[in-house]
Design a protein around this ligand. Structure first.
Ligand SMILES: *Cc1c(COP(=O)(O)O)cnc(C)c1O
Length: 391
């Protein structure tokens, strides 16, 4: 069996309704900030059982603004996971903060609670506690937010969940994004993620002051609200810039797509769950470690990360990666630990060995194709090629 078509590791799914929703908006009075932005925000908040959502042009912008809203500034310390996309750390560096990392758990590849606890104890003694911690829900599985929240109460830090992988996931039966254990939760709507707006992101919160602040910073720091102004309005046109914000707005066109995609989210998640189960069954006898999902978590399965088990797993991973690519299977690696990127080494002095569990995981990591329109036939083909290379 062979395939003409390239099988990517992730891919969007666009329906006729999705297309029509965008076309309708193109014909309306609003192309950018209009009724679709507000409707999308309301629907995401409702879906996640959070009080408010604020949507952005991408998740990186939402993360940056979330850091600003929690008043991360120069001299502050922010911690995140090394096993993530660089944006989870960059957002704090944009604010002038010093970034540091907490090593991961060897089964979930999420921030390890033990490592976090140890690092907090040490940081307290050395008087360098973080202002904000950014747990990342790797592959769509929630971090242990109850434990992180408990530590935040004890040590006094804010929490931003980077849930870029995890819209549609659940933790103890509640949607990720409910912000039960955090100040702000961030989603990404990039096309490889679980649902898409082309580019896009959202910040959820239960704190009305934070939501207001996020909206202000999303659009230059300009307010029309007289209660926030320093001076008397000089006329009906009058606005004031009261802080330094950015233009991080998202368009009505994108939000029309987002509203339509959100209606399909349950289907997307069901499909990803089913495909993950198929992989679990197909791959169970290969020399690889399959994803482990905690019993308290329901994963959105943005990724299906496998871990190669053998002597020289870096070499084997490279061979396997190349073999699969030759056979048009677009596997990817998530993630090369953030602290090992040249920028982070040079700017903050990180080095190999700083976060050994994340580094060890990276050496044998491979993400198999997983997206709503992947077929069972394609999964069998992927299994065959994996077996050919591994056995
Ligand atoms: C994709 C991703 C981001 C950035 O999302 P954008 O919408 O592309 O800015 C941030 N963090 C993680 C963990 C991601 O996977």
């Amino acid at each position: 069996m062979s395939y003409e078509e390239w099988i990517p590791y992730g891919r969007h799914s666009i329906s006729e309704e999705d297309i029509n929703a965008v076309i309708e908006t193109l014909k309306s009075d609003w192309l950018t900030t209009g009724p679709k932005v507000i409707e999308f925000e309301n629907r995401i908040a409702e879906f996640c059982m959070a009080s408010q959502a604020v949507v952005f042009c991408n998740a990186t912008a939402a993360l940056h603004t979330a850091c600003q809203a929690l008043e991360v500034g120069s001299g502050d310390i922010v911690w995140t996971s090394p096993n993530t996309f660089v944006a989870s750390a960059n957002c704090a560096v944009y604010c002038g903060a010093r970034i540091d990392f907490v090593d991961v758990d060897q089964d979930t590849y999420n921030m390890s609670i033990e490592s976090l606890e140890e690092k907090l104890l040490r940081a307290k003694k050395e008087n360098c506690l973080p202002k904000v911690v950014i747990p990342v829900h790797f592959s769509g599985q929630s971090c242990d937010m109850r434990a992180i929240y408990k530590l935040s109460q004890e040590y006094g830090f804010g929490i931003i969940e980077d849930a870029s992988h995890a819209i549609g996931a659940q933790y103890y039966g509640k949607p990720v994004g409910s912000c039960e254990y955090s100040d702000i939760t961030i989603f990404s709507f990039h096309p490889v993620k679980v649902m898409t707006t082309g580019e896009g992101g959202a910040a959820l919160t239960n704190n009305p002051a934070i939501a207001e602040h996020l909206k202000l910073l999303r659009s230059h720091g300009i307010t029309r609200n007289t209660a926030q102004m320093l001076n008397e309005p000089e006329g009906p046109w009058y606005t004031e810039q009261i802080e330094l914000g950015m233009n991080y707005r998202i368009t009505d066109l994108q939000c029309a797509l987002g509203i339509s995609q959100l209606k399909r989210l349950d289907f997307f998640i069901e499909k990803r769950q089913l495909l993950a189960k198929n992989y679990n069954e197909l791959l169970k006898n290969l020399p690889i470690k399959l994803p482990i999902v905690d019993t308290n978590c329901f994963s959105s399965f943005h990724l299906y990360p496998i871990q190669i088990i053998c002597e020289n797993k870096e070499k084997k991973r490279l061979e396997l990666f190349n073999y699969l690519h030759q056979n048009k299977i677009g596997v990817q690696v998530h993630y090369r630990p953030v602290h090992l990127h040249p920028y982070y080494r040079q700017r903050f002095g990180f080095k190999v060995g700083d976060f050994p569990k994340a580094e060890h995981y990276y050496q044998g990591a491979l993400s198999l194709p997983l997206y709503a329109d992947l077929t069972e036939e394609q999964q069998h083909y992927i299994f065959e090629k994996l077996r050919e290379s591994l056995l």
